[in-house]
Design a protein around this ligand. Structure first.
Ligand code: SAH
Ligand code: SF4
Length: 344
């Protein structure tokens, strides 16, 4: 049995090499080769010792998830169904913007949080993804783009908004982030990476000391605990009064903010009163609001509000000078929009 190369942060790989009798410096050469040059075999790396080559060839593999299905939509969004070695599957979406892409990564097969508005939530949790399976989604999507859209193939943004609660898989998500931002790894800017959470407090408590300085997004969906708990059951255990003050400490630097995602559901949380209460909760904080009109999926009882209601909600938030956007729904015809991912 070989181990995956893509499970290691740079430091992790250094330790692994040292344990196998190689020089720690060789890790940087391997990282540069595999992530920057996107090569599979290590044979041609200048400066790589025979011993390291031997260790790599005998003990490591560079397997990527397999593409089980691909769906593309008119707006050039692509949804991949990837399958891993044990046959488990997740969905990953790449969303185009200005000749570049945002990749929406999954962190778990299914999700344990059981939110009532989320297609993934209806699946339950099968298992968390390993670091190499998270990085594997990025690399496999990148490889597909290079082959199929060679003239606009750059993935510049990463959002952990696919299947799963990323902070419920803290260690593996953290290592994946380290690889994404490593200057010898995938070299993404830390402010181009966003981790979205339903407010899973055990992960948030570790964030400040352990997570690199990437962006955080909180799925708010209602400022009222009683309503929020109907949408996000873990709110009963981890209410907003514990979550928000903690999250507000994260953004570093003047330009950093917390994204508050607000799912707008017809006749549930889309009234003017809801908008006012939300604005009162967030005014004066580092909030940037993202309004997400509910995306329907088979079997759901919730509905999307009318365009007028969405617009009214937007205007109320804006009148408090809170920066706010309405998320345009890309890829919803192929069920690739937020909350529409389900891989069973
Ligand atoms: N588990 C994390 C990240 C994945 S969900 C979280 O909950 O934040 C990513 C975003 O999609 C969240 O804001 C989530 O609330 C939203 N979402 C889930 N189901 C949705 C649906 N049916 N329509 C629109 N957005 C949805
Ligand atoms: Fe899990 Fe997020 Fe879906 Fe809730 S919204 S069930 S936390 S993926």
């Amino acid at each position: 049995m070989t181990a995956s190369f893509f499970q290691f942060s740079l430091d992790g790989l250094k330790n692994y090499l040292v344990q196998h009798g190689c020089n720690a410096d060789q890790a940087r050469l391997l990282f540069n080769w595999h992530y920057k040059k996107n090569k599979v075999t290590p044979c041609e790396i200048n400066g790589l010792s025979t011993k390291t080559k031997e260790v790599v060839n005998s003990y490591l593999n560079f397997n990527l998830p397999l593409i089980d299905q691909i769906q593309t939509s008119e707006d050039r969004t692509v949804k991949f169904l990837f399958s891993f070695q044990d046959g488990k599957k997740v969905e990953t979406v790449i969303i185009p913007f200005n000749q570049k892409y945002t990749v929406c990564l999954s962190s778990q097969v299914g999700c344990a949080m059981n939110c009532s508005f989320c297609y993934t939530g209806t699946q339950g949790l099968t298992r968390s993804l390993k670091t190499e399976e998270i990085i594997g989604q990025f690399l496999a999507a990148q490889t597909w783009l290079t082959l199929n859209r060679p003239h606009d193939n750059r993935i510049l943004n990463v959002v952990f908004m696919g299947q799963g609660e990323p902070l419920h898989n803290f260690d593996n998500v953290k290592t994946a982030v380290e690889i994404l931002i490593s200057q010898h790894g995938l070299s993404l800017a830390d402010h181009k990476i966003t981790i979205s959470t339903s407010g899973y407090l055990p992960g948030l408590l570790r964030w400040k000391d352990e997570m690199p300085s990437v962006n955080i997004a909180l799925s708010l969906h209602s400022p009222v605990d009683e309503k929020r708990s109907q949408l996000i059951p873990i709110n009963k255990k981890y209410p907003l009064k514990d979550v928000i003050p903690l999250i507000e400490q994260f953004p570093q630097g003047k330009k950093r903010f917390v994204t508050y995602e607000y799912l707008l559901i017809h006749d549930f949380n889309d009234s003017e009163e809801d908008a006012l209460q939300t604005a009162q909760l967030l005014v004066g904080t580092k909030a940037f609001m993202n309004l997400i009109p509910f995306n329907p999926f088979p079997g759901t009882k919730w509905k999307r509000p009318s365009t007028e209601r969405i617009q009214k909600f937007f205007e109320i938030i804006e009148s408090f000078k809170i920066p706010v956007t309405i998320r345009t729904t890309k890829g919803d015809k192929i069920l690739a929009a937020c909350g529409q991912l389900n891989s069973l």
